[in-house]
Design a protein around this ligand. Structure first.
Ligand SMILES: *Cc1c(COP(=O)(O)O)cnc(C)c1O
Length: 374
């Protein structure tokens, strides 16, 4: 990919866990002529996008589109779907932040706080929910800060099996999961799934999406103070006309339309497989170089690997070295900074691209005199 003809900035390949690399064709799609959002052309555009989005979300219900990042949909979810008290589970920084969002919106919050690097498990949730008093559950599918995929299917099944479990609104943040790690909104009986454009969808930042079940939509109607910008009832009123209440990010929707075609042509199953292959490739490489890997294999994320920095290399220096070669990876998050580094293998990257990155990391290790087999 060479975008020097179009852009004045240098192309640096993003092996980050978001924002991710955007293909040239998708960047180009954004340059189509502008249209008014009440013109039929815009309704046609949203009318093309919506059924494709539902296929990606694996839902027959609805997917709201907002001109915001995923954080906006956190607010929308907490505001529209929590009547009183929500159980939040967290095992990383994004789980933590969603807790802050629920609190900032005046909801009563209880927390299951799991050690970073470990998964959120159904039995922890079942125990807390059994006490009663909760009308919603919120957790992250793929915790980007640690590279852990929480077992959404098992959690949802365990919740639904509880007495009154059908009445718990299950809300899942799949910002760095959906489109790369398997997620089945309807089959797994999830009430809300939210994501952003700039992670696994490999689009520029600026769009957020929320799949909302019929049961959740009916609940939202009965919740007061849903706010304004992310009010699901208003979003629904416009979505049925293939519109959005406020001006949408039209250029991003052009890009989205093209990218969704590519995603569905690959098939969701194909994408899950490709992401899993890149994860296995990264995990195998880490072990063979004497590094650790934060996640146990069973919960290791298909979209982002957290490598334990057992050689105590300078991640800053590594990234300076990689930048010179036109690519970049990510340092560890928060307390894990320098103790780990993260490789985003999500979006449209292929195993050959990951191999190129890892060869360059190898070159850095060789330069530092770090021995490795192979
Ligand atoms: C990036 C990320 C977010 C935040 O999304 P924004 O689009 O930056 O607002 C939330 N949750 C997870 C799991 C993420 O990876």
């Amino acid at each position: 990919m060479n975008s020097s003809s179009k852009n004045s900035n240098k192309h640096i390949k993003l092996f980050l866990p978001g924002p991710t690399e955007v293909r040239e064709e998708i960047l180009q799609a954004q340059t189509a002529w502008m249209i008014g959002h009440r013109m039929p052309e815009c309704a046609d555009l949203i009318g093309r996008i919506e059924p494709k989005l539902k296929k990606v979300f694996r839902t027959v219900h609805r997917v709201y589109i907002s001109a915001s990042s995923g954080t906006g949909m956190w607010e929308g979810a907490s505001r529209n779907l929590v009547r009183k008290r929500v159980l939040h589970c967290t095992n990383g920084s994004f789980g933590d932040r969603w807790i802050d969002v629920s609190k900032a919106n005046g909801k009563e919050v209880d927390v299951i706080d799991v050690e970073w690097g470990k998964p959120v498990l159904p039995e922890m949730i079942v125990e807390r929910l059994s006490g009663g008093g909760f009308d919603a559950l919120a957790f992250v599918h793929n915790e980007t800060s640690v590279g852990i995929t929480n077992p959404v299917r098992e959690i949802a099944a365990a919740v639904r099996a509880l007495p009154g479990g059908e009445d718990i609104t299950i809300m899942v943040d799949s910002v760095s999961g959906l489109g790369g790690a398997q997620l089945e909104m309807d089959e797994w009986d999830l009430d809300l799934v939210l994501t952003s454009s700039q992670k696994t969808f490999a689009l520029p930042p600026g769009l957020a999406f929320a799949g909302v079940s019929q049961r959740a939509f009916e609940k939202a109607k009965t919740i007061p103070n849903r706010g304004y910008y992310f009010d699901f009832i208003t979003l629904e009123k416009y979505l049925v006309k293939n519109q959005t209440p406020a001006t949408p990010a039209v250029s991003l929707l052009y890009a989205m339309d093209v990218q969704l075609d590519a995603m569905l042509a690959e098939t969701m199953e194909g994408r899950w497989e490709r992401h899993m292959a890149m994860r296995n490739q990264t995990m195998t490489w880490a072990h063979s170089r004497g590094f650790g890997y934060l996640a146990a294999e069973k919960f290791a994320s298909p979209t982002v690997s957290t490598v334990t920095n057992t050689h105590e290399i300078s991640v800053g220096e590594l990234n300076d070295f990689l930048r010179e070669r036109g690519m970049i990876l990510s340092n560890g998050y928060g307390a894990l900074k320098n103790k780990t580094f993260r490789i985003g293998h999500m979006g449209d990257w292929k195993p050959a691209d990951i191999a190129e990155l890892l060869e360059n990391v190898d070159a850095f290790l060789a330069l530092k005199g770090i021995p490795f087999a192979e």
